[in-house]
Design a binder for this molecule. Sequence first.
Ligand code: AMP
Ligand code: ZN
Length: 470
Amino acid sequence: MDLKLYDTLTRVKRAFVPLDPANVRMYVCGPTVYDFAHIGNARPVIVFDVLFRLLRHIYGETHVTYVRNITDVDDKINARALRDYPGLPLNEAIRKVTEQTATQFHADVKALGCLPPTHQPRATDFVLPRADGKADMVTLIAQLIARGHAYEAGGEVLFDIASMPDYGLLSGRKLEDQQAGARIAVDAHKKNPADFVLWKQSSADEPGWESPWGRGRPGWHIECSAMSAAYLGDVFDIHGGGLDLIFPHHENEIAQSRCAHGTHAMANYWMHNGFLQVEGEKMSKSLGNFVTINELLATEKFGGRKWEGQELRLAMLRTHYRQPIDWTQNALEEASRALDNWSGLIKGVPAANPSPAMFAAMTDDLNTPLAIAELHRLAKAKDLPVLAGSLSLLGIDLATYNRPLRNSIEGAFDKADEVKAKIEARAVARARKDFKESDRIRDELAAMGVAIKDGKDADGKPVTTWEIAR
Ligand code: AMP
Ligand code: ZN
């Protein structure tokens, strides 16, 4: 049971030793809910779902606590609310935007076969001190001020970077580097140009909360320090997110949490997934080179067909999580063929334990490409119960995989001849009033995912049309 994980902070892969094996604790930064999530945003969700499943397998389902937050306070959300609901009071418009987006996100990641995390706190519920006494942002900021790590200036509360001698360990950026390159004039109220915002004032038409520093709203980083402490304590096991969050987001989370709590660590393992990219560039909203999860599932925008959630999941996992992924139709089609093959093999087969090779690959810093190679080997060797168990360790659920859809690649259903022959045979059976036989053929077609409709053509002759059922 020797799980090894790569830790961005110490820059080594090492044995995972939880603080408490009866409660293994993981926090992953979740989405900012202002728009549909793109397939790049799905990468950390899938990667850390795989880790969640592996931890549950090792330590027991009830012995892992996984927290993924929802960021529902952000200036991008305000802008979207003003654009989409110009007639509504801002708070109402914001609530509409965040609720719709969060609902869509949950539907999207469920389709990708991800388990719901143990807790999914929303940032806005953790701004002010809470009735249940869980950690909150205002109290954390007050603690930072009291301990000499933060100061008020220019209508903001800022974290004082110089107060933390080892600031910058995660990203490897030194304080001096940051001073040298910074544009001092813009930030004249800051003691150090790299000091970052914990709290900022809100104007009357911006969302705000009453605080000891006036009506305002929190900076982005303090959210995660509060929500992780609320559910996982001052120090926990694993903190994850995409590579782009290392600096400044995670660096600043570490600074806040360690300085507020007086600890030497915030989390013991820092894990970061690589980017999903398109033609060598990061997929992102700002570059405009993105495709949303919803578009992949529900439209034919990418590759001329809809894709199954399981196809997206498998295509994502064929690359190791720390490597960049090029998102291609080819990879999706390969995933599709593999799922088609496996789903034919394991139908009705009870799951046994994953194979030792499967487990070894997964516990070696989530080596999913090697794990998938092992799935192919198990399929070839017809080791079917072990194949079923190994698929489930990866969260590949073939019960929800809509197999016949894969035949509709680029709109061409490659079983069209077979379907036509069956429809003809059924017409013959109907003509001789053998309805038992015609119903049997209809059921056969339904099992292939084909729905038929009897009607009449322009001349009044009976015709049967067919389509692929979803
Ligand atoms: P955001 O909503 O931009 O804060 O991103 C939510 C999560 O998705 C973060 O963990 C990001 O690191 C991650 N992410 C954003 N774009 C990509 C991408 N192209 N590839 C992989 N992860 C990404
Ligand atoms: Zn975060």
